[in-house]
Design a protein around this ligand. Sequence first.
Ligand SMILES: Cc1ncc(COP(=O)(O)O)c(C=O)c1O
Length: 489
Amino acid sequence: MTDDVLGALGDVPPGEMRAYLHRMADWIADYRETIETRTIVPHIAPGEVAAGTSARLPDHAEPMSRILGDLDTVVMPGVVHWGHPAFLGYFGSTSNGPALLGELAAAALNVSAMTWKTSPAATELEGVVLEWIRELIGLPPAFTGVVYDTASVATLHALAAAREVSGSEIRARGVAGRADVPLHRVYTSDQAHSSVAKAMVVLGLGEENVVRVPTDDAFRLDARALRAAMEADIALGFRPTAVVATIGTTSTASVDPVADIAELCRTNGVWLHVDAAYGGAFAALPEGRWVMRGVEQADSFVVNPHKWLFVPLDFSALFTRHPDALRSVFSLTPEYLRGDATADGTVVNYMDYGIQLGRRFRALKAWMTFRALGRDGLISRIREHCRLASLLADRATQHPGIALAAPPMMAIVCFRFEPAGTSADETDALNEAVAEAVNASGMAYVTHTRLRGVSCVRVGIGNILTTERHVEQVWSVVLSEAQRLGALR
Ligand SMILES: Cc1ncc(COP(=O)(O)O)c(C=O)c1O
């Protein structure tokens, strides 16, 4: 292989490119094979990565071999290894072999799935994969899907549809300068994800019009409090527009009573969006299907295969019983893109269902992942993660000085160190310090969260590589750091 720079025009010559691709294949395979030996969080100061590379766009072409070398010397020292099997922070988001192949192929093809015509394969595989997901988690056939990058964006689209059907003609006339638009209110629990409020900001409905409904002892939305909040708003002339129920909240994976919420929504003509970004995957398990009770009455539903269905970032699936409502907000087709969508859905132009025009071939990595793991592979991995989480919850329960901070749910465990004779504030600080110290060790990764104003340590198991040995490793790092800091006495 030579170190020739790019020619004056065109791409790297095919022969050389083949050699670089082989080199990159080895690089990726080596990374996956050695990931467990890495320090999870880099010891690096802000600005260090940027300082390692030119602040100015290079004037001239650089040799590929130097650029690839910098991947190791400049980039890798600043990487947090999310794929490390002892990385148990946030919600698991891991790559896997088949998905990597899909991503490589998608990058090579670089098609845009904006209309069926612009890439039939990307459009049709998107439809196929969405149907697989729908059926896997038990959503009724009345729901049709569309792929976005993230759940935040999916929820934004769902609430845009809710806003449109609520009758204020905001697509056409906007909100600015109008005295005839009522306050559109959206209800969600005090445990719901911040993406709901962000959507309200973007939609011009206002962050203050998110009504945070209290939750019960298990962090589930209180349906009676929701009814009261809606009634109070109606009495004031506000317009209840949507409720966002959560299956698998961010902190504790709690599950809102969707059936009760759905009934309230039906009575009041309010759109029900279900945020199952994390918890939707749990419904793939026969023993997890209960979380879907009432979902058949929802208007829209989001699940993130990039959380717990092992598809790497990014891939979020929005399903709705009202694709027409989505289209009525987002279809705005310039002449050059005039498509030929058919009423029976054989030809779909996904650009009509969202903000984006250019759309990546995301379905390819999902198609490869799902085929390579199979339904039973997906189910057994999710089930194993739940088993590992309950094992960890047992450890926490049995250990003196540690208490569960929430009922363990799905593969999420929250626990709190409660050293005797320590004030509440000191205890909070100690719990946060333990999580920080665990992460600084580089051998394990957890997050801390606050529940009802109290800090605790949160572990989320969803990494495709995580086994019992890794959970034991994380637990022993947690205990030793807690001892060192005086959180365990
Ligand atoms: C319940 C819930 N909804 C939505 C999101 C946002 O997901 P995304 O990062 O795909 O926007 C998260 C992220 O963790 C989440 O926990």
